[in-house]
Design a protein around this ligand. Structure first.
Ligand code: PAN
Ligand code: ZN
Length: 192
């Protein structure tokens, strides 16, 4: 029997920082300019520096988006801050293949995962280092940073999933994470 080579991983995820490195890792950045219309107080957003970086995402997708055959992962680095009383947050989305779930694992920082089902019922879970969150099928998900340092978390989803941002652009979430009397709260948002 001849020994075959044991090869190193082509991609690494630093467990301390969440940084993904290696062949096929891509990175994207979202600034305040790109989140026009997402926050409750659009005037406050428009008055801030549009080049303010809200979050960066490093992704490792072994198959292209929408093509089955892999599990993808991505680290999101979400900065601390607020637009008015609303904490910095990701855009949020449903999955295009609606029956596909997701998992979030928090690396560092303090956040809130907002989950909205297809009946627009919204609930939220606290994200802390080590917390693991199952996002069920047919559930829109968004993350808010309620802390003072970057919130870092890793997401896992099947490659065939695809992302659907349209419904959130059109109708938003039915609850927003806002600072009320100095503390974060999930506040119901009446539809316009
Ligand atoms: C995450 C998100 C990431 C950025 O990787 O894509 O946190 O949020 P938005 O995509 O909503 O801007 C994920 O949910 N992947 O499916
Ligand atoms: Zn997702």
């Amino acid at each position: 029997m001849s020994a075959s080579e044991i090869s190193p991983a082509r991609v690494t995820l630093d467990p301390q920082t969440g940084v993904l490195r290696g062949a096929g890792v891509t990175e994207s950045v979202k600034t305040l300019r790109q989140l026009a219309g997402y926050f409750r107080d659009e005037a406050a957003r428009a008055a801030m520096d549009p080049e303010t970086v809200l979050y960066r995402v490093q992704s490792y997708e072994p198959q292209p988006e929408g093509v089955e055959g892999a599990i993808c992962c991505a680290t999101t680095f979400l900065m601390p801050g607020r637009v008015g009383d609303e904490y910095f947050m990701t855009r949020g989305h449903y999955h295009a293949a609606q029956d596909r779930p997701e998992m979030e694992v928090t690396v560092s920082g303090e956040g809130v995962l907002v989950l909205m089902d297809e009946n627009r019922q919204t609930r939220a879970e606290i994200m802390r280092p080590g917390s693991v969150h199952a996002v069920p099928p047919r559930t829109a998900h968004r993350v808010a940073n309620i802390g003072t340092e970057p919130l870092v978390f890793v997401s896992y989803w099947p490659s065939e999933t695809g992302h659907d941002y349209g419904e959130i652009v059109a109708r938003g979430f039915s609850g927003r994470v806002r600072q009320i009397n100095g503390k974060p709260a999930l506040v119901p948002e009446p539809e316009a």
